[in-house]
Design a protein around this ligand. Structure first.
Ligand SMILES: Cc1ncc(COP(=O)(O)O)c(C=O)c1O
Length: 413
């Protein structure tokens, strides 16, 4: 406490600098940074160790990281792949999503959740959200299920687990598959179980901004289904199957190539040893980093409870939130831009809006999706903004954000 809050010029966004428009020479006191998990010497040492190994790709670090991750999540299999988007794509192939199928996704998420269905020419059906948790609303899912529904892709938005009992209760009796998008929720629990172990497949992201990262990119596919896991492993490197019990390593053949499964084509999503080595270190620190995020969020929740103009999503009983994002409701949506501008220009705090309703994006508008179809999601979008949250925030910055947000809200009254 009592530390100084340093000033910094604009920072690079994680998607090609797109967060910098209009920042000019702005000095930031609390920037929205693109590295969501602090790196220390341990990660650097792990990279050096990986660099000195017998291979730089798909070696012992990848194996160890997968084993450690599977154990942490509580599933039989974890397969390290290039990113969460890829993990969801192979999940779609495991399930056999194809043209004519329908896939339910939440109205507000990153577009990646909807892409596997689109790529396979299935229909993306958007379900509305619960206003309080900002997560997919099981009641809306129930309304959207038809005889063509093949899968539901719930997203543990911001790091708060979805009501998975409700989703599974809708899906299981009808033979609908559940693919959890855990891009935000690594380490979050629901009734004592990790997200990524609650549906048929879990898909994780280790992108630079996430709660843990494998050097900027990376993802994990988790499942208890051994056949699917083997198919994803084959997919990850061109369908290559090595022979084990043979006369010599090249007799009768060095290797064979097979189709990963009837519904999955082979590709190359091999992962590097350095990424896996860093993943192991980050995984060991994850609970501590998530605890710091929670500490910050809980402090802000208390501080903002004073103001009726502000609201924060609750954490329902039996769930732990890992606050990948800290979303705040501002109940005066007509002034939300003014609040964001004031926070940026006067206080040097960079806020963001994650995410726009997916069906508002040009890609979907051009396919005929129309505004107005998920009214709760649209209300949430109008009211919400997210504050920069990451474990590296100092106590002084955390307090400064609380004081500044409250002051800015009062100034706009
Ligand atoms: C909800 C959600 N799903 C999926 C993704 C995609 O993750 P990746 O960049 O690892 O493909 C993201 C990335 O931001 C995300 O926020």
């Amino acid at each position: 406490m009592g530390d100084r809050v340093e000033e910094k010029k604009g920072v690079e966004g994680s998607y090609g600098g797109s967060y910098s428009a209009g920042l000019g020479e702005q000095q930031l006191k609390v920037p929205y940074i693109s590295v969501g998990s602090p790196f220390g010497l341990e990660e650097a040492q792990a990279v050096i160790e990986a660099m000195q190994g017998e291979t730089l790709t798909m070696g012992k670090f990848v194996t160890k990281f997968q084993e450690a991750f599977a154990e942490y999540i509580g599933v039989k299999h974890a397969v390290f792949v290039t990113n969460c988007t890829r993990a969801m794509e192979v999940a779609a192939d495991c399930i056999g999503i194809e043209e004519g199928d329908e896939v339910i996704v939440p109205a507000i998420t990153f577009v990646a959740t909807a892409l596997p269905a689109l790529q396979r020419k299935a229909k993306v059906v958007f379900a509305d959200l619960e206003y309080d948790t900002m997560n997919i609303d099981p009641n809306s899912v129930a309304e959207k299920i038809t005889s063509r529904t093949k899968a539901i892709f719930p997203v543990h938005h911001c790091g708060l687990p979805v009501d998975m009992d409700a989703i599974n209760a809708l899906a299981k009796p009808k033979g609908i598959y559940v693919v959890e998008d855990c891009a935000h929720s690594t380490g979050a629990t629901y009734k004592g179980r990790q997200t990524g172990s609650l549906g048929d497949v879990g898909a994780f992201s280790f992108h630079t901004i996430k709660n843990m990262t494998t050097l900027g990119e990376g993802g994990m596919f988790t499942t208890n289904n051994s056949e699917w896991a083997e198919a994803v492993r084959l997919h990850r490197f061109v369908g290559m199957k090595e022979y084990k019990d043979q006369e010599r390593y090249w007799i009768p053949y060095h290797y064979d190539i097979v189709a990963p499964s009837r519904t999955m084509a082979a590709s190359n999503s091999s992962m590097t040893e350095a990424q896996a080595a860093v993943g192991l270190v980050q995984l060991a620190k994850l609970d501590k980093m998530n605890a710091r995020r929670r500490e910050i969020a809980e402090y802000w929740n208390q501080e903002f409870a004073e103001l009726e103009e502000l609201g924060t999503p609750p954490t329902p009983e039996g769930r732990t939130h890992v606050y990948h994002l800290y979303n705040l409701y501002y109940r005066k949506p007509e002034k939300k831009n003014d609040l964001m501008i004031l926070l940026l220009d006067k206080y040097g705090i960079q806020t963001m809006i994650h995410y726009i309703p997916v069906y508002w994006l040009t890609l979907f508008r051009e396919m005929g999706y129309e505004k107005g179809s998920c009214p709760v999601a649209e209300r949430i979008y109008a009211e919400k903004l997210d504050l920069p949250i990451y474990p590296q925030l100092t106590d002084a910055q955390v307090e400064y954000v609380a004081e500044s947000v409250k002051a800015a809200v009062k100034e706009l009254n």
